[in-house]
Write a protein that binds this ligand. Structure first.
Ligand SMILES: N[C@@H](CCC(=O)N[C@@H](CS)C(=O)NCC(=O)O)C(=O)O
Length: 226
């Protein structure tokens, strides 16, 4: 069955030039070698609110994956769906390795907090013209995000990836938010294991190939020197 993916067109997303959850799904599709038709919706023109898109997800959020006749929305549901229906190559350990599976799922769902804090920070930057940014609001949102970076740094321990020696969904999910913050100028110096993980995951072929094309331009740096 043909796979269709509805995402935000990178250039249409103000300031961050990527939709991190959309990117996460593209990383997984490319890692698994799955052909898909990409429907890049111009957010600045409200294309994600068109009736045919709302018919797929009445909540009006992207990404949306359509597998044949079956729409799946909510990013983590899409990742779960792809892992169950297209398990090879795997991005989670199998049930025959319960210890590794438990760890990978825990790390994956922990990234939902990084995702929430990241979206709160990025949404504030996207929706607020630069001269109107309130320093205290920005600092509070940045602090909530870096608190999750601290937790991620601890979780990495001495391992290259969040659940051990091989990348899993957890690494791709975390990377979408960490790389976006770096694009916006955040320095990762205080979290050296996150900094090393950021570079390691960026080099994975599926991640490098799906990196936002808009990121080739000069980045805005609202998180520099915060
Ligand atoms: N809970 C959703 C949230 C995804 C999300 O926040 N998507 C943003 C784009 S990055 C969106 O569609 N926003 C709709 C809007 O701004 O109108 C998920 O995990 O898939």
């Amino acid at each position: 069955m043909a796979l269709h993916l509805y995402i935000a067109a990178p250039h249409s997303v103000r300031v961050i030039d990527v939709s991190p959850p959309s990117w996460m799904v593209e990383m997984v599709l490319v890692h698994k070698g799955l052909p898909y038709q990409r429907h890049a919706l111009a957010f600045d023109r409200g294309e994600h609110r068109r009736p045919e898109v709302l018919a797929l997800n009445p909540r009006g959020t992207i990404p949306i994956l359509v597998d044949g006749e079956h729409p799946v929305s909510e990013t983590f549901a899409i990742l779960d769906y792809l892992e169950r229906t297209r398990p090879t190559p795997p991005l989670l350990p199998g049930a025959d390795e319960p210890g590794r599976l438990a760890r990978a799922l825990t790390r994956l769902h922990e990234t939902s907090e990084l995702k929430s804090a990241g979206m709160a920070l990025f949404a504030y930057l996207m929706r607020t013209p630069a001269p109107e940014l309130d320093a205290a609001t920005l600092a509070a949102r940045r602090d909530a995000f870096v608190d999750q970076l601290r937790r991620t740094d601890e979780a990495l321990g001495d391992e290259p990836f969040l659940a051990g020696s091989a990348p899993t969904l957890a690494d791709l999910a975390a990377h979408a938010y960490v790389a976006t913050a770096v694009y916006l100028g955040l320095e990762l110096g205080p979290w050296p294991r996150v900094a090393a993980h950021h570079l390691r995951v960026a080099e994975l072929p599926a991640v490098a190939r799906t990196r936002s094309e808009a990121w080739r331009d000069d980045p805005p740096r609202p998180l520099a020197n915060q």
